[in-house]
Design a protein around this ligand. Structure first.
Ligand SMILES: Nc1ncnc2c1ncn2[C@@H]1O[C@H](COP(=O)(O)OP(=O)(O)OP(=O)(O)O)[C@@H](O)[C@H]1O
Length: 952
């Protein structure tokens, strides 16, 4: 049995302490006994290849190494791993010990993934830190859950080895073409057999020649030829620091129709600089004060001290070797406070913690001057769905424990006592977010509990009945490359969209900075009538403060112009018509306005809107804000349902779903390969997507070229052989070798054209038969390989034809380098041309070349005719490809579209008759959908072109 193994020494508990007993217990007492049994175990060092699920290993022995299997942490410890390979996010993530109940659920396969994730040390991740919480513990223990192919790293390798088949029109067309070639081979087969039998050819010779015929028609080199384009593209991408685990996706990248980008860390810098804080001023509560840019600007009263303490503790930052590692937002926030994170000495010195029978978590935050400190008793991790995180702490400044909550402003506001929310809160938020500033809100409440009590708290109880504390502002700088990359994509007619978890105002401001939305273009955002607000995935305090009429109709959206000050809208006077989406302001046309959708509206539309409205909005909107990870993936699927090939570029754990759902998922990550996406770029810029699309188009063009070349090679050789079989003769073996080896393997990247080749192949053959000096070959029933005029003329024509076809179809642009830059190809072409010319005119009976190929001496004037035919054929191909194809294709566009519509109608009619009628409406709906999408796209295109023209 094959196995996937990472050879590494691992310290494992002696097999007698196998962990199944530990896992099967749910009550705390027995679990403690099991833990004690494991702790007393003797340890042995084994190879990682010997690990099996259920083994208990010492995670401490793997420090600084890549984990060899998927394991769950079972002892209380501070463990930090780098998740770049899994989520694309290279920030370290902390782990907590798995609960025995969760472990037994894992064994039964009924585990809650979110719960499990907190304790998982996934195979393939780098173990950065493993410190036991209890000082008496020598080892940090983990239980092996899966190894080899079943581990995360194993599945990454499996993904590389066995990529999911991709539905591709090119491949299905290629198979259809091979079918046609097979039919041709069968026809040729029947004709040749009849002819051979008539001429008395022996059975063995007939069989031999017919096998030739089939291998000619169905070229065995075709699969290798098609994958060569991917191999070259892979190497070129690697040189640009873009890695791929699913090579077939490269040509899909060439067909990308819509590009969707995550915002934070993808379009904007991952690292965020703190701009300052605003907290209730002077008389407190009523008003937010001025921006305090430095911590030294903050007053030293109780409220302000709490604010600094909140920022020092509400995060998931870990300090390793003096370096703070974690979410860049949180590391810069901690740095701003000037507080330090440290391992607490036991007992926790200077920190008032009620110690029960368990030691508290060994981390505390301490102010730089050492006068204040706070111990972290409990942490509820940041959840993108809730958009907040919280901690339970006990500080030295006040005797009681406190809960601190940090999160998105609109996620926190509803959890706070309204009396503590300062006046003008929404205006302050709006003013900041429209400038692209990222805002986080903080809240707190006082509690009184012991360490053990804090461990029993539920998230809901910690994050409710809060008091508003302050707002924290971050600078969200656009990456230098984002604007130019988006412009390049737009010039290539690829619509670009942003999908982010951030606030809609911030998202629009950033979209304007990077030209996703043109500067000065009004942007409309729909919101739900109040009656539907319960459905919202986010509580939009900000949106509801915008005014407007609330209507109790499920699909009637209220549109607001994002640039109007809060509360200044007249509701029905501004915005868009809910059905036609045309602006109510007659001076504006649809193409002049930008649209942005929020996650709550999108969720509502998914269930209530008609497919047509949804498609229009999805096609027209450039910004999707407050989208949680599930909605991001849903958006990608909805765009795909409209028939588009969608690319998604993201960098974080909240992008994993979208990266997987997209046709082309590009993860901006440090890791060389990420299970989250088929493509990983270490460049940290969306310029990687343009590079990927270019390579994709190039690979696709090359594949088509190769396919055509192989087809020409097959058809041209087929014709030659059929002619010769007609005379009961065949190519000499050396001629076959020439065509198979030189033409195929050296010039796999060449295109060919079938029609002209057939003409070029036929003319010399027919003219030869008209010559007075022509001699039909004497048939040898046991050997069809003869030195005769027919095989000489057909072979000499054949050699040339492919050289010219190779040149013409490799001209290069738009998606490939010009042919003269491909030095090897030029060299090969010149070489092959020279060889073909030498073969053509080496005409003296008995010279080496003649003998090798078994050629017959032919009049020089006839050889000149062959050369002339080849030249004319080349000119034909040039004219056809470079001049005629485009206008013909354009002329065919209309009928093709009609044909597609007709096919769509017929398919829908069939479906409806199968489902028992009612198809008329359905067909109409689908038809309408396509028309509206087409119309919207055309409009968007025209608008983009106009903008470009204005710009230039
Ligand atoms: N560490 C954190 N602690 C508390 N709240 C946070 C934290 N990180 C983000 N948030 C809040 O939750 C919101 C959603 O975060 P999420 O990570 O899903 O998206 P994002 O980082 O804002 O944007 P993007 O999706 O573009 O990466 C943020 O806009 C912010 O308000």
């Amino acid at each position: 049995m094959s196995r996937y193994e990472v050879p590494l020494d691992v310290v494992r508990a002696a097999p007698k302490v196998h962990a199944a007993t530990f896992a099967s217990t749910t009550d705390e007492k027995t679990s403690d006994e099991s833990t004690a049994a494991v702790a007393e175990a003797t340890w042995q060092t084994i190879s990682s290849g010997e690990l099996v699920p259920g083994d208990i290993v010492s995670a401490s022995s793997l420090l600084g190494k890549t984990l060899p299997a998927d394991m769950a942490l079972i002892s209380s410890a501070t463990v930090v791993t780098n998740e770049a390979m899994l989520t694309g996010e290279s920030t370290p993530s902390s782990k907590t010990a798995i609960k025995p109940a969760t472990l037994s659920q894992v064994m039964e396969g009924t585990q809650n993934e979110q719960e499990l994730e907190k304790s998982m040390l996934w195979g393939g991740k780098l173990l950065l830190r493993a410190v036991p919480e209890d000082a008496q513990d020598a080892e940090v223990r983990a239980i092996v859950l899966s190894t080899g192919w079943s581990s995360t790293k194993g599945s990454l390798v499996k993904m590389m080895l066995f990529t999911k088949p991709i539905e591709s029109k090119f491949y299905s067309d290629a198979f259809k073409f091979i079918l046609i070639l097979t039919i041709m081979a069968c026809i040729g087969f029947i004709g040749s057999v009849i002819n051979f039998v008539k001429k008395g050819v022996s059975g063995g010779e007939i069989a031999l020649r017919l096998i030739d015929l089939f291998t000619i028609c169905i070229p065995p080199a075709l699969p290798a030829a098609l994958s060569i384009a991917h191999t070259f593209a892979l190497n070129r991408l690697k040189r640009q620091n873009i890695h791929c685990i699913a090579p077939q996706r490269i040509s899909v990248a060439g067909k990308v129709f819509i590009a969707v980008f995550d915002k934070t860390g993808t379009l904007t810098e991952g690292g965020l600089d703190v701009r300052g804080v605003r907290l209730p001023s002077g008389e407190r509560v009523n008003r937010l004060g001025e921006l305090a840019e430095k911590v030294s600007d903050v007053q030293e009263d109780e409220h302000d001290v709490k604010m600094v303490e909140a920022m020092a503790v509400t995060h998931d930052v870990t300090v390793i070797d003096g370096e703070a590692l974690g979410d860049p937002l949180e590391t810069s926030m901690l740095a701003w406070t000037g507080w330090l994170m440290e391992e607490s000495p036991r007992p926790l010195e200077g920190v008032h913690v009620e110690v029960g029978d368990k030691q508290p978590k060994a981390t505390c935050a301490r102010s730089a001057d050492g006068t204040s400190s706070a111990a972290l008793l409990r942490e509820f991790e940041f959840s993108p769905a809730l958009r907040r995180m919280s901690v339970v702490t006990q500080g030295s400044s006040v005797e009681k424990a406190r809960n601190y909550v940090k999160g998105a402003s609109e996620a926190l506001a509803p959890l706070c006592d309204p009396a503590t929310i300062p006046e003008g809160y929404h205006n302050v938020l709006h003013d900041a977010t429209v400038k692209g500033i990222r805002v986080l809100a903080f809240a707190y409440k006082k509690v009184s509990l012991s360490y053990n009590g804090s461990q029993r708290l539920s998230r809901d109880s910690v994050e409710s009945q809060l008091n508003f504390l302050h707002l924290l502002f971050f600078e969200n700088k656009l990456k230098e490359m984002s604007g130019p990359a988006i412009e390049e994509l737009q010039q290539a007619s690829i619509p670009c969209k942003m999908c982010t978890g951030d606030a809609v105002d911030t998202a629009i401001a950033i979209a304007r900075q990077c030209n996703l939305i043109a500067t000065g273009q009004p942007v409309f955002v729909p919101r739900l009538p109040e009656a539907n607000s319960q459905e919202r995935t986010s509580t939009a305090g900000q949106a509801s403060s915008r005014g407007g009429t609330f209507v109790n109709q499920p699909t009637e959206l209220i549109w607001s112009d994002i640039d109007l000050p809060l509360g200044s809208e007249a509701g029905s006077e501004t915005g868009l018509d809910p059905y036609s989406l045309t602006p109510k302001d007659p001076s504006l046309s649809l193409s002049q306005v930008g649209l942005a959708l929020t996650g709550d509206v999108f969720t509502h539309l998914l269930t209530h809107a008609s497919q047509e409205t949804l498609s229009r909005l999805l096609v027209r909107a450039a910004v999707f804000a407050r989208f949680n990870p599930e909605l991001k993936a849903e958006l990608i699927e909805q765009l795909q349902k409209l028939g588009h090939t969608v690319a998604f570029t993201g960098d974080g754990a909240n992008d994993t779903g979208a990266l997987k759902a997209a046709d082309v998922g590009l993860s901006l990550s440090e890791a060389e390969a990420s299970v989250a996406a088929p493509f990983t770029s270490g460049n940290d810029t969306i310029g990687s997507l343009t590079a990927l699309i270019k390579e994709g188009r190039n690979a696709l063009a090359t594949q088509v070229a190769m396919f055509l070349f192989m087809a020409v090679y097959a058809i041209s050789e087929y014709y030659s052989v059929i002619f010769l079989h007609g005379q009961a003769t065949s190519f000499d073996n050396a001629s076959y070798l020439y065509i198979d080896i030189f033409e195929v393997f050296f010039m796999l990247s060449f295109f060919g054209s079938v029609t002209f080749l057939i003409v070029a192949q036929t003319v010399p053959y027919i003219v030869l038969h008209e010559q007075s000096w022509y001699q039909a070959p004497d048939v040898d029933p046991d050997d069809l390989v003869l030195d005769d005029q027919d095989s000489t003329v057909v072979a000499k024509t054949n050699f040339f034809t492919l050289v010219w076809a190779g040149l013409v179809w490799n001209i290069g642009p738009p998606h490939r380098e010009p042919v003269y830059r491909n030095y090897l190809l030029v060299l090969a072409l010149v070489g092959l041309f020279t060889v073909s010319l030498a073969i053509l005119f080496s005409n003296t009976d008995g010279n080496g070349m003649q003998k090798l190929y078994g050629f017959f001496e032919i009049l020089y004037s006839f050889l000149g005719l062959i050369f002339g035919v080849v030249l004319i054929q080349t000119v034909y191909i040039f004219v056809w490809e470079l001049v005629l194809i485009e206008p013909i294709a354009k002329a065919m566009d209309g009928p093709m579209l009609k044909w597609r519509r007709f096919k769509l109608k017929r398919r829908n009619a069939k479906i409806s008759s199968r489902n028992g009628g009612g198809g008329g409406e359905e067909t109409l709906e689908v038809e309408k959908k396509y028309r509206s999408v087409e119309r919207a796209l055309k409009l968007e295109d025209a608008q983009r072109k106009k903008m470009m023209q204005e710009k230039h």
